[in-house]
Design a protein around this ligand. Structure first.
Ligand code: TRP
Ligand code: ZN
Length: 886
């Protein structure tokens, strides 16, 4: 806990380190009631800052009990150094020296899950961003890169497996039933990539032959009961290794690559060199216990962490302001990998829907910050949707502007130029500029300006001149600390459709010939006009194809035009987008009717459009499913000026019921055909099967709204008779949201009885109930917190129950009496003392108070004030609460 107000850290204050650590030799002695860490640091003055007197050496260290300290073999006494609660300061006497320290730490009582801690019966570490300082005194900053050797000693029986980064070099028994192992990592790395694991683990083994014919041993370590759930992660790992060779020319560099699954983990996974540590939710997957979405998440996260070996580890960040250098790039890489492994269009739709619902909200709220932040109090709070997801969009725009070939050359140059270095986002851009010859100086505003730009587009058709002009006007709202914004470079991929729905050849004024039928315009001015020539009749524009820039685009489409685009656009993403915009228009009309107390009347064109989609046998089934999914309540909230939670919910539910009734026949037919196919084939984790099941399940969710006995029977049958969690959980979810109380209770009970020993499945069981918008949600959540498998100490449980309630159940959370807010604040206050990172993340829904009516604003602010006054806050929670109230 902090003792004084945490202070702001600024990018502009960056200074290179005074000292470097060439070698780091660590010895861990692990015990049940404490652990000892001995560190030998071989240090020298940083030649880049040489000259003048030797500056003091200030090592980071928190919650460490210093047992001994020596400089060049001489034991120091307490007068030779200064200690406070986060630093150890001493005066070196020479340019080169060796520090030896011993500290005592308490992993057994570490609930923050940062540094060395215990998850179940195993020891593990999480050092990013600043966790290493809770292990030993060190220069805990990413621009200090060192060669590590690590020896671990522990009781043989409880901890037969002892792992760290790099290669195993020696091991042996010790007296007293203990044993030890030494690992050596030949690659220099910052401390945040350090890892250690000790436990009773089994492993699945495989191998991969790299493009230069080196054999790499692959191992996935899990607790024994999970040994049957590793194959999908292993397959994903091998695909990732191959893909990174083929698409980026990147080869793996050690002889062994290990993944360890742990149950207690603050995030998805961590890319420690050669020893990735994963939240078990991102490793374990098999048909019976993990949904299709979980399988895809495992594939994506395994790839993400593997890709970090180059984009993050071989080339790392100079300081934490540069976090998006590794995260934005690596998310872009994993998104492209997933697109190549599955359906590209569906992956893009999912990512854009997620970005627009969550990142756009963050960018419009009190925590808004640029992709490269310029100040922070607590770096853990900056592992955000903006740094990750918007950061990935920035890379995608560079890819779009430069083209695949120049982008690859830029990436090759970046890795070659900076291998073994800690660098900045500017260095990355410089490599892209040098390789492509393009000037990206204006483009770099995407790294420094926060907020989501708006792009308003208008058209003029001149029948006489046969010209069609599009005028783009961009603007960007003010964000905290940034009132004025300069124009961005916005790549707009577009096409023009003729009356038959065909793409027209595109020739801009001044060009002698058309350049394709889909092209990228670079919008760089606040207002800019593009004139297309040789256009025989007024076309219909298809704008921002593939969502080529993370902006809020507006164009005055009529509903009929949107229906036309849904049918004819050659860009799959924009076909979906047209359907979404049509649905948004129809839903906003219903929301207005609901607010005025009028009878709800839905535009039948939406039904007609979705009927055509359902009847289109040529369309990818996953696309049919995506197009049938109405924009979520979260997205409808995000695009509202003032969000009326109840009206949004009522309007959307009304629309769903109308669609269910009007489209019963085609839905029922699609459901039965797909259910039949599911019944007749064993589970396969592949795109075509994901597609079939997603259409089957969304059809079921509509059909159940209609109250027909044969549908209920089909739902119960699907719940009971299936070989996979995708069908079972979807059936459970629709039952939970249905009025069939008896069937619902029975299904929930039998599910819990069957899966009570599988924590990841129980997480799903909690989430389905927490997200259920039927009355009494808060009471159900509070009751579920008493369930024997629930604990606040496990982040997955917190996210599954409390996070799902606050984030995925708007009507439940935003109850007008403020009970949802009070509940969330209570949990944040408790978690603040247990796990500050999780507490701060859980807070996000309360920070969005500006979106709601004044009564709710008052209630939400009051809870934020109550948290602020609740006692000693972690820097994590303090930063989020104080900025939200500012
Ligand atoms: N670098 C990790 C990733 O994106 C993120 C991460 C894992 C993390 N665990 C963390 C960040 C704990 C902060 C705190 O792949
Ligand atoms: Zn990452």
């Amino acid at each position: 806990m902090r003792t004084e107000q945490p202070k702001m850290i600024y990018l502009k204050d960056y200074q290179a380190p005074d000292y470097l650590i060439d070698e780091t030799h660590l010895t861990f002695e692990l015990f049940e009631d404490h652990s000892l860490v001995h560190a030998q640091l071989v240090m020298r003055r940083n030649p880049a800052c040489a000259g003048g007197e030797l500056p003091p050496l200030i090592l980071d260290g928190q919650q460490l009990e210093l047992l001994s300290l020596s400089l060049d073999g001489e034991e120091l006494s307490e007068t030779d150094y200064q200690l406070d609660d986060s630093h150890l300061r001493l005066q070196p006497k020479a340019e080169r020296f060796v520090i030896d320290s011993s500290v005592r730490i308490h992993p057994e009582s570490n609930t923050a899950l940062e540094g060395l801690y215990k998850s179940g019966g195993m020891f593990c570490t999480q050092c990013e961003a600043e966790g290493f300082r809770k292990i030993t005194y060190y220069l805990d900053r990413p621009d200090v890169m060192s060669k590590f050797t690590t020896t671990v000693s522990a009781e043989q029986h409880r901890y037969p497996v002892l792992l760290s980064n790099g290669n195993p070099v020696a091991s042996g028994p010790e007296e007293g039933g203990r044993h030890w192992a030494t690992w050596e990592d030949p690659f220099k790395k910052p401390a945040y990539l350090f890892a250690l694991v000790a436990g009773d683990l089994w492993c699945v083994e495989d191998s991969f032959t790299t493009m230069s014919r080196r054999e790499v041993a692959l191992r996935i370590y899990v607790e024994p009961e999970n040994i049957d759930k590793c194959q999908h992660a292993m397959d994903s790992l091998k695909k990732s290794m191959k893909w990174d060779e083929e698409v980026y020319g990147r080869e793996y560099d050690l002889d062994i690559f290990m993944i360890v699954a742990v149950n207690d983990f603050n995030m998805g996974a961590m890319e420690n060199k050669g020893l990735n540590i994963f939240n078990s939710s991102c490793v374990l997957a098999r048909a019976e216990t993990a949904t299709d979405a979980a399988h895809q998440r495992v594939e994506a996260v395994v790839a993400h962490e593997y890709f970090h070996n180059w984009s993050g580890n071989r080339v790392t960040c100079r300081d934490w302001f540069q976090l998006s250098l590794k995260e934005g790039f690596t998310v872009f890489r994993d998104a492209e990998f997933s697109a190549d492994m599955n359906s590209r269009t569906v992956k893009r739709i999912e990512d854009v829907a997620y970005l627009r619902t969550h990142q756009f909200a963050e960018d419009a709220g009190p925590m808004a910050h640029p992709v490269r932040p310029d100040a922070y109090m607590e770096i853990s709070n900056f592992y955000t949707l903006t740094v990750y997801e918007k950061g990935s969009e920035v890379l995608r725009m560079i890819h779009c502007l430069l083209g695949a070939e120049a982008f690859r050359q830029g990436s090759d140059l970046y890795f070659a130029r900076h291998d073994g270095q800690a660098v900045t986002c500017d260095d990355f851009i410089q490599a892209m500029e040098d390789a492509s010859g393009q000037d990206l100086s204006q483009f770099k505003r995407w790294y420094t300006q926060a907020g989501t730009p708006r792009l308003a587009v208008s058209e003029v058709y001149d029948a006489q001149a046969k010209t069609y002009s599009l005028t783009f006007r961009q603007s960007c709202p003010a964000t905290p600390g940034q009132s004025e914004k300069q124009p961005f470079v916005i790549p707009v991929a577009l096409g023009l459709l003729d009356a038959a729905g065909n793409d027209l050849p595109l020739r801009l004024a001044g060009e002698s010939a058309a350049v394709g039928t889909s092209r990228v315009l670079s919008v760089t001015e606040a207002e800019q006009r593009f004139v297309f020539e040789g256009i025989e009749a007024k076309p219909l524009p298809s704008l921002l194809r593939g969502f080529s820039a993370p902006v809020k685009l507006s164009f005055p489409y009529s509903r009929d035009q949107l229906m036309f685009l849904m049918q004819h656009d050659s860009d799959g993403f924009n076909r979906w987008e047209a359907g979404q915009q049509l649905a948004v228009q129809v839903l906003q009309e219903l929301i207005g009717q609901q607010q005025r107390g009028e009878a709800l009347v839905m535009d039948p064109r939406l039904t007609g459009a979705l009927r055509s989609v359902l009847e289109d046998e040529q369309l990818d089934q996953a696309m049919v499913a995506e197009m049938l999914s109405l924009p979520g309540e979260g997205y409808l909230t995000e695009i509202s000026e003032v969000a009326d939670v109840e009206a949004i919910h009522a309007a959307r539910e009304f629309a769903r019921r109308q669609l269910a009734e009007a489209l019963f026949e085609p839905l029922w037919q699609r459901y039965q055909a797909n259910r039949e196919a599911s019944r007749n084939s064993a589970y396969v984790a592949e795109a075509a099967h994901f597609a079939r099941r997603s259409l089957q399940n969304i059809a079921l969710s509509y059909l159940m709204l209609d109250g027909k006995a044969e549908v209920l029977a089909a739902c119960l049958e699907q719940f009971e008779v299936c070989d996979n969690m995708t069908e079972r959980l979807a059936a459970l979810a629709v039952l939970v949201n249905s009025p069939y109380e008896e069937e619902k209770a029975k299904a929930l009970a039998s599910f819990a009885e069957f899966f009570k020993d599988n924590p990841l499945v129980m997480d799903q069981w909690f989430s389905v109930q927490a997200a259920c918008s039927l009355p009494g949600a808060l009471q159900r959540v509070q009751q579920l917190m008493q369930h024997p498998t629930f604990t606040l100490k496990n982040p997955n449980k917190v996210r599954a129950l409390i996070g799902a309630f606050a984030g995925q159940n708007p009507v439940g959370f935003h109850q007008a009496d403020g009970s949802g807010y009070r509940f969330l604040a209570d949990q944040v206050i408790t978690l603040n003392a247990l796990n500050p990172q999780i507490a701060a993340r859980l807070l996000a829904p309360l920070t969005r108070w500006r979106k709601y009516d004044s009564a709710r604003q008052g209630l939400m602010r009051a809870e934020l004030e109550r948290i602020l006054a609740s006692g000693e806050l972690s820097s994590d929670v303090f930063e989020v609460v104080s900025k939200s109230l500012a």
